[in-house]
Every structure is written in C-alpha cells, then in structure tokens.
Design a protein around this ligand. Sequence first.
Ligand code: PMP
Length: 439
Amino acid sequence: MDKPHENPVDAYWMPFTANRQFKKAPRLLARAEGMHYWTPEGRQILDGVAGLWCVNAGHARPKIVQAIQEQAAEMDFAPPFQMGHPKAFELAERLVQLTPAGLDKVFYTNSGSESVETALKMALAYHRVRGEGQRTRLIGRERGYHGVNFGGISVGGMVANRKMFGSLLAGVDHIRHTHDPARNAFSVGQPAHGAELADDLERLCALHDPSTIAAVIVEPVAGSTGVLIPPQGYLQRLREICDKHGILLIFDEVITGFGRTGTPFAAQRFNVTPDLMTVAKGISNGCVPMGAVFAKGSIYDTFMNGPEHLIEFFHGYTYSAHPLACAAALGTLDTYADEGLLTRAAELEGYFADALHALRGLPNVIDVRNIGLVGGIELAPLPGEPAKRAFSVFLDCWEQGLLIRTTGDTIALSPPLIVSKAQIDEIVGTIATALKRAA
Ligand code: PMP
C-alpha cells in the first residue's frame, strides 16, 4: 500500500452496504449485552433484529461466552475430514432432539449460504445414488433468499442479488411468490388466501417433466425479501405435490430456525416436515459462524448403502464442526433450554401482533405482517425511489436508539427472544415516531 487511507473506514469493502454513503457517516457498534448494543461513544441501542436475525438468546450470554472461552483454550481446531471431536457428536445428538421426527442427521457448515449449497448438492447426489440421476432440476421461488453463493442466488428469487452475476446455474426454475396484498394486507398471522399458489409447482412439473426435478427449496417464512408469511395450507400443498412426484422438499430455516416462530423450527409450527432443512444464525446465537443441514434418516441411509470403502458424500468445509462453533452451539442450546426460549415467541406472539398492527393507519403503512416474533411493516415507496422511505425510517430509528432492518420498503423486526413487553412497546413506539416524522 502506498499510503494509509485518509479516512480510517476506507479499506473495508463492506457487504450489502452502500459503502460510499456509509463512509460519510459510519454507524458503529462496539459492545453488546442482553437486548442492547452500545456505540463507541457509549450510546445505547435497542436491538430490534437480534443482530441480523441471529442473536436469539440476546447478547453476551454467560454460558455461551464461557463455552467459547474454554473451548479456545482446550482445543482451537480439529480437522473435520476423517477425524472427529466429541462436541461435534454431542451437539448433533442434542440438535436432533429438537427437529421434527425423521430429520435426525446433521451435516455442519459455517453459514446459511453454505447450508443451502450443501442441501442442494445433497439433493442432487441423493437422486444419483439411488439411480435417478436424471433428476437435476432445482426449483426455487420468486423473492426467495437463500444466501449469496451460486446455487443460492440461482434458486433465489431476489432480482438485485442475481442480476450482476451472469447466467447462474442451469436447470433452475421458480414458482411464484406468495405476496398478495390485494387479498391479504394486514393479516394477523397466516394469511387466509393463497394456498393454491403452491399449485404453481404442478405447472413446472408439467413443463419440465417431474422426473427431472430433484428438489424444491423455500423459506417457510420468507425473511430477507420482506417477511412473507405462508398462506394457510400452502406449505401442506407443496409437501403433497413433492410427495406425488418424488421431489425433495427443502425448507430454508436459516431465519425461522431456533424459536423464531414459537416452535424450535417453523416446520413444527406449520406442521409440515421437509426432507432437508438448512439452518445457521440461531444455531450458535450468532456468536461463532455456524450452519447445518438436517437430513431425513432415509436420505442418509441411501448414501450409506453404497460400497463400504467409499466416502459417501464428497463435500465438506475445513471449518465444518469447528470446535469453537460446536462449543458456542452447545452453550446456546443450554441457554435456550434454561430459559424456555424456543417457545417464547409463541407466548409473546399475541402481544407483538397487537403492538405491530396498531401501526395500521400511520402515514404510508400499507401492510403489517407477523408470525411468532417476526414482523414486517410495509411502506408505500417514495415515487421513483424504491427503498428510500423505509431507509429513512431506519436512519431515524438509529438516531433514536433502535436497530431495525429494512428490505426494500419493508421494515423487518425480529427481536431477541428474551425481549420484554415493555421493549416491544419501545420498538414499536420508536418506529411510530419515525413514521410520523417521515411523512
Ligand atoms: N437463507 C436464508 C433464508 C437467510 O435468511 C439467509 C441470511 N439472511 C441465508 C440463507 C444466508 O445466510 P448467511 O448470510 O449466513 O450465508
């Protein structure tokens, strides 16, 4: 480097950030505990989004901190290929106690994006191993978000995430999204209308021949695209169509996993069990990067029926089952269990819904959506300037001491599951003030 940057925030090329705007007025976080962050100057910020949908037990929880510290001192790293360490096995046993019946095998990754790639590859390889190698097609959904790697943006359906990157994976198609404000605006919980949108999968089966389709991937609740709650009966119908045609159903539970909707996983909340389930974020309370794919035992068994001397699935990461991540996840599961956090969103759902829906009628609020402790508040876009109105609310909330997230013109809320009723009121009150000022 010739000379240091004049601006001390210049060197870091930030992800999913308007770098030029940000660097004129950086927003920095320096410390976190419980429901709060603090800026370097000591200003307290209420966390309305669990960091980034991940710090479900709140920040700096003692059991998790201690587990990470002890693990770092005891064993920093262990190779995951042809080797194991006890916590990786212990964690897998603990995790499958929480999943829907049948999803009893765990493959470790380091992020949601890696979990998605892993699940897609597992689906393709599964069909090949069982002699249906012609099943190569993958189906996603419009407005779906499945991380940022090539498989994930290919099955994903958010245009901005795709359009810079060329032609992506071949053999991918998309069913329609379920956002239908004309029929469902201001629904409390699951919208009544739209189960028939699942039949779009039948359209793609007819178009492509179902025997060429390997898997369908959806988020049970689409988060990053603006909090889209599945219409009543929709996921059941997807499951039925997949079963009819031998297509694997993948739920991407990176956001919904670990208590967000009031049950350990959204699969339980909606009573639909996928064949593969991707998670990350809440698995380790966001403290150390970690992700996982849960697979049905029958899928695992299919791989295990091959020749004994072969590696069954040629896939994995240097940091799969990283000891620090496993320790963090064990501390996280302890914390969730001690405090009943995996069902706390069910207890608070009614209160949260009432608070959110009270925003109806405020300037520019065109929809409110909720389930468990996830909320979406959709605003009418400024003419010709999509996403700008919601972002101005984000900036106002930041000034007031509240961290929210916006995606397009939707404000997304996902507070840590330890949130109090008073803090729910504070979150919603702060947003209400910002909405009035933005008008
Ligand atoms: N899938 C879903 C449903 C997600 O919400 C996200 C992240 N928000 C991802 C995948 C990607 O996770 P990561 O950023 O950890 O790669």
